[in-house]
Design a protein around this ligand. Sequence first.
Ligand SMILES: [Cu+2]
Length: 126
Amino acid sequence: MAKVVDMKTLLLIAFTTITALGSGCRKSEPPPAAASGPRHIDITVSNQGFTPPRIVGRPGEDLTLSFRYEKSAGECGREVVLPSQNIKKTLTEDQPTEIALHLPQEKGEVTFTCGMNMLRGAIVVE
Ligand SMILES: [Cu+2]
């Protein structure tokens, strides 16, 4: 009986020691790197059009537009066109479609539309 207690005590000591060592050795994680790379923007396409319809960007900024398609947008809403960038993409409901975009240096608007130019949105460079 005494031996069983001894074994339990031993295990407890061993466990405590390992735990203490483990936490003592753990190095503090460096803080996450400052956000770099393209800014991610979620845009939903539905019967309400593009949401949000206007996005403000800085000259020369890199963006990743992530278009999420909702069926209410209809078949035409499946197409996203950025005429000034020569970009045309077909969306699916399975997963968002990402479009990488490098904004121009000049102030102005980069518009995006549905396939027939009925739904419209814009990135305002200012
Ligand atoms: Cu349309």
